[in-house]
Design a protein around this ligand. Sequence first.
Ligand SMILES: [Zn+2]
Length: 127
Amino acid sequence: PPLSLLTVPDDLCNNYVILFSSLKFVFGPCALQALDLVDQQSVNCLTSPSGRSVFQVTGASGRLYTCFVSCHYCPCPAFTYTVLHRNIGLLCKHLLAIYLCGAMAVTQQESVSDQQMTVILSGAHAS
Ligand SMILES: [Zn+2]
């Protein structure tokens, strides 16, 4: 069974089902793909000693997306297309996966040095 169902206690699970139903209603197929990312533990929160933090999500293709939850941004094509250009969506699956991981407290935490953080942040918009 998927990890998200194994690690969520029963009482939480009911909330989770309700949450998911509403997610599916609001976000459509995006919600399913986001849950896949959660199951695959694709969401990492990187934190540096200076207190900066950023999320990295490994996409289905193995590509790493650096997402900024604070300014609601993901560099993936779906986000650019549906959210920025067409304005027909609110979130891409990566941002949704980050919110879901946060809600279920299953985000993987990773510490990086300030130097690494600078590299990550400066490379985030490159592709
Ligand atoms: Zn995205």
